[in-house]
Design a binder for this molecule. Structure first.
Ligand code: GLN
Length: 536
């Protein structure tokens, strides 16, 4: 059995309480005391990974270094901890069943009837322990997706119950995140929903060790005592989690509530090393005391659900803090953007970002936004599809290929400036078959990109099927759009920049995925800097 300690985070009463942020904040506090911590998430849906999900379902798909398509909570883990995650950090029910069914076909179960218990639960337990057994971590935090009581999460709760028993006293604990709602008419905070959700856990054989209570109002000592008594936890184990201005304040709030100390005591780990949160506090101070502000337009088609652009909006927060300015991001729906209204919709922004995406919807609006930014010399940042659109716009309006397009949107264009690579043409399955994960890129000295990074060799994460078509490299470059970043192995164009423009950068990769509190992404910092100059 492994040496690591395990913390399970469950959610009760309702979804969207922020289990991911609580898990990441607790992890941050433990890390700041010198522990090696990682967080993993178990999602109860049947998709093998969220790569095939529409962003409207669960928000953006976060991609790890090793090319796993994962839940957006992994983005929070990386932004808080500044440590990369991997495929092992995100498991879905679909993946668990896939393994078990493949095993069954191989005859691994020796003629037994294959069942949820023990076969599915054993596979879940194996995956819950994998990161701990690597020896790389002192503490593994496991976030169980969904809400306790859901049919879908039952096998996870059962696996957790078994593991807690197997790992033995003080090696595994449960932190239950719950809601203590305020009833305006009664003028009171109500504990009953929490009592019920703890009761559901108890029916499944799990006693939570710590309650973290989301609340809009302070929990009085009496109320904490009541919760402790009726939910059978120690008095110091009822933690208040008030609504805060930014998620980045949560670690500090949890520190004040001594969540880390209570956890360490229960795991019999020493808490003598005081947390070192100097960098974090500096970041928070800069975030909360901006010296200026800058307005950025984010043009995309999933703007009804800002979670679809989670990593981009967080990267702006990091870059803003670095530049001591408040970045105000306005979401502009690309479907409703046209040459007729572009002036009224985009005027006044000091920077325009065209977002990643898939499919034809909203493409014309994105082309309009690129043209507007290019012609008016407004700082422009195109990410993935946004970069591809910037190439199409340039090919059409500057090079003169009037039907230029991506073969994703138009199969019969005579100028497929963005096209499928050979290896992608043979793909039969949609899941997990894009160009995914980290790839090296070499930058041209003196380019905006090289200036932003301060070096010429970088590595960034990808998630796309289509590429800049090198057949048109000559035509595009000689007209003034330069390829300033190239994959050294394949020769694929990874970055384009338009000449004679203050800052026009399109990147085929997803820089937002690598921006963290401690390492704000250089391109976002560069873009915000350019927007500040433009405004000035
Ligand atoms: N749809 C484009 C492609 O597959 C861009 C993908 C993206 O923006 N992530 O290449």
């Amino acid at each position: 059995m492994s040496q690591s300690k395990y913390i399970f985070v469950t959610g009760g009463v309702t979804s969207s309480l922020g289990k991911g942020i609580i898990a990441a904040s607790l992890a941050k506090l433990l890390q700041s005391r010198g522990y090696r911590v990682t967080i993993q998430k178990f999602d109860p849906y049947l998709n093998v990974d969220p790569g095939t999900l529409n962003p409207y379902e669960h928000g953006e798909c976060y991609v790890t270094e090793d090319g796993a398509e994962t839940d957006l909570d992994l983005g929070h883990y990386e932004r808080f901890l500044n440590v990369p995650t991997s495929q092992a950090n995100n498991v879905t029910t679909g993946r668990v069943y896939q393994t078990v069914i493949e095993n069954e076909r191989k005859g691994v179960y020796l003629g037994k009837t294959v069942q949820v218990i023990p076969h599915i639960t054993d596979e879940i337990k194996r995956r819950m322990l994998v990161l701990g057994e690597s020896g790389d971590y002192d503490i593994v935090i496991t976030e169980i997706g969904g809400t306790v009581g859901d049919i879908e999460s039952l096998p996870y709760v059962e696996s957790m119950r078994q593991l807690i028993w197997e790992l033995g006293d003080s090696n595994a604990i449960v932190v239950h995140l719950t809601l203590v709602p305020y009833l305006k008419a009664a003028g009171e905070l109500k504990t009953k929903p929490t009592q019920h959700s703890v009761k559901s856990l108890l029916e499944l054989g799990v006693q939570p060790d710590i309650l973290v209570c989301r609340t809009e109002h302070p929990l009085s000592p009496d109320l904490k005592k009541k919760l402790a008594l009726f939910c059978n936890v120690q008095g110091n184990s009822v933690i208040e989690a008030r609504d805060l201005k930014t998620i980045y304040e949560v670690p500090m709030a949890m520190l004040k509530e001594k969540l880390d100390k209570v956890v360490l005591a229960k795991l019999k780990l020493k808490s003598s090393n005081e947390p070192n949160l100097e960098q974090w506090s500096n970041f928070l101070f800069r975030l909360e005391h901006p010296k200026s502000e800058v307005k950025i337009a984010l043009v995309g088609k999933y703007v009804e659900l800002p979670d679809a652009y989670k990593s981009i909006s967080e990267a702006f927060i990091h870059a803003g803090a670095a530049k001591e300015c408040e970045v105000q991001v306005t979401y502009i729906h690309s479907e409703y953007l046209s040459p007729e209204n572009v002036e009224s919709k985009l005027k006044g922004f000091a920077g325009i970002l065209v977002a990643p995406g898939f499919g034809s919807r909203g493409i014309e609006g994105k082309l309009t936004a690129v043209k507007y930014a290019r012609e008016n010399k407004i700082p422009f940042f195109g990410i993935c599809l946004g970069m591809q659109i910037s190439v199409i716009e340039f090919a059409r309006n500057v090079v003169g290929f009037s039907d230029a397009h991506s073969s994703e949107m138009s199969a019969d264009t005579t100028h497929p400036v963005i096209a499928l690579m050979e290896e992608q043409k043979e793909m039969e399955n949609y899941g997990g078959t894009m160009r995914l994960g980290a790839y090296d890129c070499e930058l041209v000295k003196g380019s905006h990109a090289a200036k932003a990074y301060g070096k010429t060799k970088i590595s960034e994460r990808h998630r796309h099927r289509y590429e800049f078509n090198n057949e048109f490299k000559e035509a595009v470059q000689s007209a003034g759009m330069k390829i300033t970043g190239t994959n050294p192995k394949t020769g694929l164009a990874e970055i384009v920049e338009v000449e004679n423009h203050p800052w026009f950068v399109g990147v085929q990769f997803h820089p937002e995925l690598k921006s963290t509190v401690e390492n704000p992404h250089p391109l976002f910092v560069g873009f915000v800097g350019a927007a500040l100059n433009f405004k000035g």
